[in-house]
Structure formats: C-alpha cells, structure tokens
Write a protein that binds this ligand. Structure first.
Ligand code: NAD
Length: 492
C-alpha cells in the first residue's frame, strides 16, 4: 500500500482507503472516476480495492475490537458529541461537497447533512440506549439480568443517493455500541463522507475502529464473505440487497439489507388539492427522484383525480432544472449518463406500454452546463400496475398517475406492488387514514405528508422487496442489531 498523510487525503486526486488509522492507496492502479453530474468535471477518483485490501481492513477492525469494547461507553459516546460539533461547524462545506458530487440542490444537501447529524446525536446517547434489564427473584434467591454486548466487526455497504447520511445510519451506532466497522461507500460519490471520516478522526476515533475501503460490488461481496465479519448493514437496490442478505445468512451472519422502492400516494376526494400537489411534486421530483422515499405513483380516488392531475402537471412544468449550486434551482441532474439512459429507457417503455405521456423531460438542457446529466420532470397518466413504469423502481424524476374508484381499490393497487417501503395518503378523514395505516402493509407511512422519513430515533426501513432482515436502521433497532443480549442468572 502507498500511504499518505491525513492532511493530504482530501486534496489528493485519488481518495484513499482508511485502514487502521492510515490513509492508504492500494497498490492496484485500477481507479474509478468521481465526477460532478452537473458539469461532467472529474472531481477525483477512488481505488478499486481487492480482496487483500479487504483482508487488511477487516484485520485492523478485528484487532481494534477488544480495546474499543473495553473503552467505557461514556468515552465512546463522547467521540460522537465531538463529531456532532465538528459536523455542525462544517455543515456548509459538507453540503456544498454533496452538491458537487451528487447533484442535488443546496437546500436538499443541507437537509441531508442535518439528517446525518441527527443520527450522530442519537448514537451519542448510547449509554442510555444500551442499558439492559434485570429482575430479582426469578426463582427463590435467584436473580436474572440481560446485558447488551457488542458483537465484533460489522460491514457497512452504502448507496450513492444519500452518500453523506446513509453511512451515518449505521456506523455511529455500531461503533458507539463498542463494535468496529469496515465501510464500503458508493463508488459514485464517496468524497463527502471521506471528509466526515476525517472529522471523526479529529473527534478522537482511535485507529482501526472505523475503516473505509473503496471499490465496486466485488469489494462489497468480499467483505460480506469475510469470516471475521460478524454482521452486515446494506442499503442499495433490491436485487443486490436480496443477494447480500442471502450470502450473509448462508454464512450465519446477522444482516439488515434495505432495498429499492415504488412509493404510492393515495389522494382522497376530501383532500385539499393545493396542499396535495405541493407535497406530491416535492416528493416525486426532490433529489431528481433519486430517493428511496420518492413518491412514484399518485393514485387519485374518484373526483380527486382531475384537480390534482392539473396541479401536479403545473407544478412539475414550473420546476427549474439546473446546477444544484445555483440560486432558485429546484431539481439537479441525475447521477450519471448511464442512469439518465436507464430512466429514459423506462419512459420509452412506458409509452410503448400505453401510458399517456403528459410531460416529457427527455431532451432537457441547461444553458451553460452542456456536460450535465439532465432529465426534466416527466409525468405519465394511465400507468398500469403490471408494466415497468407502474411497477418497477425508476429512481428518476418521473411521476405516474393512476385512478381508483375507492380507498379499497387504491389499497389493492398498493398491495399488488412488490415493494413495501413508503406510502402516503392525503385526506381529512381520520377513519380513512386509520384504514390506510391498518391495511397498507407498508413500513413508512405518511398521512398528509409526502416524504415519510423517520427521524433518527425511529426505525428506517421497508417491507417486502424493500427490506431483507428484521431489525431496521436507526433507533432502538440499531442498538439491537449491533449488540447481543447476554443473560446472566445468578444465585449467591
Ligand atoms: P446499488 O445496489 O447499485 O449499490 C449499493 C451499494 O452496493 C454500493 O456500495 C455498490 O458498490 C454495492 N454493490 C453494487 N452491486 C453489488 C453487487 N452485485 N454485490 C455487492 N455489492 C454491490 O444501489 P445504488 O444505485 O448505489 O443506490 C440506489 C438504490 O438504493 C435504489 O434502489 C434505492 O431505492 C436504494 N436505497 C434504499 C434506501 C432504503 O432506505 N431502503 C435508501 C437509500 C437508497
């Protein structure tokens, strides 16, 4: 390995791995370029790590575990109090870095950093979160206690769409609970989180406790298969999530694998159409649709359909597409040319399958940014739940409109979809909202809310093809996932 000093890490062209407290570039000269999706400008590159690099990172994490586990939980927690303060201090810098490598606009990037901070804050509460249970006299003169102990080395594998926040759904909880971690971030936009890792070092995280290796799917697979990795936290597309979950399970490891989504938004006739349209447009087109919580199909029940259809069309057509750094931009580019082509392929297929294209974002250009991966807001109506545009995850700025005669029929549409991440209802009826909550079979539910994003102290994750596992990200689930309960029964 070629090693660089910490101070050099951010400015060097190749963003190094971080193993045992050292910034190091693997000897293999294979690199993956990281570019600005608005300009096409190359921002840097990451190494393509190989099995030997994974071995070194896991070995460092394994070696660091015994001492880190013995470090009092209050001291472990203090690292996160300091990290929180440092991220606050660098909030603007991190948000701007996010805009550059991901393409979302500055407000969205600010929000992402804020959501990341909230997970660091929550993980800093580990002394209280990790407390166990005790009960005296479970038999005459016999007491019982359950203590939570850390498990060992965890692998964390994350996607491109929230590259700063999603790693913070996991590693702060794992580490604050006394485990050590090897993180494999998305190869498409790993630079902002790299800066967070530098701040974590500044906050006092000892060598080996958090390690970062860059690379593609092969690197992630090597981590999951590594015999010294005790558990896996994964977020990405459903196909990969399912494969990771199977591989981890076959090796006897605990795993939580969050996958893709196709989120429905049901509008009842008693909802206020202006409020609905503004929530729905933000939900569908925010972050250019590259959110696991993005609205995808709007189901208008009865006479709610026409007024909402008109307003969504007006709202979508008025969105300003451009570079996320520029004032007044509502929607940035999608992450890459390949992804734009994939989304455009869904649009073409939607037309062939008989959905009616009301607004076509293909061909959108932005003056001054000829190299950007632009795709404007796109709206279809008459989307069928049995065609790709109505059924599959598009992950781009594409709205599908559908009609239903009743709440029951709308719920039937939701139930037919293979995904189960999020869904929303817009209504003034408490009874209808309760029915929706009771019947939807979806994990993250919005009532008059377009993006139902659980905060750090609640579980984040879906159902069906959107989630493989049982314990979700964030909140109490996170503490349960990263600890094992050891039960002690004593008689003296
Ligand atoms: P992706 O599945 O392509 O990649 C995710 C991670 O897995 C990356 O680190 C990548 O390098 C790695 N990877 C890719 N192929 C792999 C393979 N065959 N084996 C092992 N690892 C592999 O996902 P993406 O395009 O980066 O992110 C978008 C997806 O993530 C969408 O489907 C989105 O819905 C999902 N997502 C879900 C949630 C959630 O909470 N459920 C949150 C954010 C993103």
């Amino acid at each position: 390995m070629v090693q660089t000093k910490p101070g050099q890490a951010a400015s060097s062209q190749v963003t190094p791995n971080f193993v045992n407290g050292e910034w190091s570039v693997p000897r293999s000269d294979a690199r993956l370029a990281v570019s600005d999706p608005a300009t096409g400008e190359t921002l840097g590159a990451v190494p393509v790590s190989e099995a030997a690099d994974m071995d070194a990172a896991v070995a460092a994490a394994k070696a660091a575990f015994p001492e880190w586990r013995r470090t009092p939980v209050v001291e472990r927690a203090r690292v996160f109090f300091r990290l929180k303060a440092l991220i606050d201090e660098h909030h603007d810098e991190l948000a701007r870095a996010l805009v550059r490598e991901h393409g979302k606009n500055l407000d969205e990037a600010w929000g992402e950093v804020q959501r990341g901070i909230e997970n660091v804050e929550h993980a800093a509460g580990m002394p209280a979160l990790m407390m166990g249970d005790t009960l005296e006299d479970v038999a005459r003169g016999v007491d019982c206690e359950a203590v939570r102990q850390p498990v060992g080395v965890f692998a964390v594998i994350t996607p491109y769409n929230f590259p700063m926040m999603v790693p913070l759904w996991f590693w702060p909880y794992a580490v604050a609970a006394g485990n050590t971690v090897v993180l494999k971030p998305s190869e498409q936009d790993p630079l902002t989180h790299h800066r967070v890792v530098e701040l974590a070092v500044q906050a006092g995280l000892p060598p080996g406790v958090l390690n970062v290796v860059h690379g593609r799917g092969e690197a992630a697979q090597a981590l999951v298969a590594h015999p010294d990795v005790a558990g896996v936290s994964f977020v990405g597309s459903s196909e990969v999530a399912a494969a990771i979950y199977r591989a981890a399970g076959a090796a006897g490891k605990r795993a939580q694998a969050l996958g893709g989504a196709k989120n429905h938004m049901i509008v009842l006739p008693d909802a206020d159409p202006d409020m609905v349209a503004s929530a729905v447009v933000e939900s569908i087109f925010g972050c250019a649709g590259q959110r696991c919580l993005a609205g995808s199909v709007v189901v208008g029940v009865g006479e709610s359909y026409e007024p909402v259809r008109e307003r969504i069309l007006d709202g979508a057509a008025s969105l300003k597409v451009g570079c996320g750094m520029d004032d007044g931009v509502d929607m940035g580019p999608v992450i890459s040319d390949a992804h734009r082509n994939r989304v455009a392929g869904f649009i073409a297929q939607g037309e062939r399958d008989g959905a009616r294209l009301l607004l076509d974002g293909r061909g959108t250009t932005v003056a001054g940014y000829p190299g950007g991966h632009w795709l404007g807001p796109t709206v279809f109506e008459n989307v069928s739940p049995d065609t790709p545009i109505g059924r599959d995850e598009v992950f781009g700025p594409v709205a599908g409109l559908a009609r239903a005669d009743s709440l029951e029929a709308a719920l039937e549409l939701v139930g037919r979809n293979p995904y189960g991440n999020a869904a929303s209802i817009f209504t003034q009826s408490g009874r209808a909202a309760r029915e929706f909550r009771y019947q939807a079979g979806i994990s993250m539910l919005g009532v008059n809310i377009g993006v139902a994003a659980p905060m750090a102290f609640f579980p984040f994750g879906g159902a069906r093809a959107s989630f493989y596992g049982d314990l979700k990200a964030q909140g109490k689930d996170s503490v349960a996932f990263y600890t094992d309960q050891r039960v002690v029964i004593s008689r003296w």
